[in-house]
Write a protein that binds this ligand. Structure first.
Ligand SMILES: [Zn+2]
Length: 129
């Protein structure tokens, strides 16, 4: 095991992008297994890139690639969480956009006509809930 530790010294290893590439490879290979073998061959591209990145000594470039990936990836789960929370609150709350700053505001349902104050820009507007 010592030789492997020495071998991996100074190499990039597995990060979030590497993990995503492995999942891409796995999904493509599985789908290709049941459809066309062209996909299985195409799946080797993300796998080869993943292996190349793991053993790469250019840590700076690999970290930059990972940052670029995370910049694209991070908003996706956050968006799903927001949609899920909004669907959960549909029965008890209503959602309005602030006419001034476009911030989404959540107000309780069934209170009649109320004056809503945006907590961000303090704009007041009247809506029926
Ligand atoms: Zn506002």
């Amino acid at each position: 095991m010592n030789w492997f530790q020495n071998f991996m010294m100074g190499r990039h290893g597995l990060d979030q992008l590497g993990f995503a590439l492995m999942i891409t490879w796995f999904v493509l290979a599985m789908v290709g297994n049941f459809t066309t073998y062209l996909l299985v061959i195409l799946a080797l591209i993300p796998l080869a890139f993943c292996v190349f990145r793991m053993f790469s000594r250019n840590q700076y470039r690999r970290a930059k690639e990972n940052d670029a990936f995370l910049k694209v990836w991070r908003p996706i789960p956050a968006w799903f969480r927001r949609v899920k929370n909004r669907l959960k609150g549909m029965k008890t709350h209503r959602y309005y956009k602030c006419p001034n700053c476009k911030n989404t505001l959540r107000v309780p349902k069934g209170k009649g006509k109320i004056c809503i104050t945006c907590p961000v820009c303090r704009t007041e507007f009247i809506k029926k809930t």
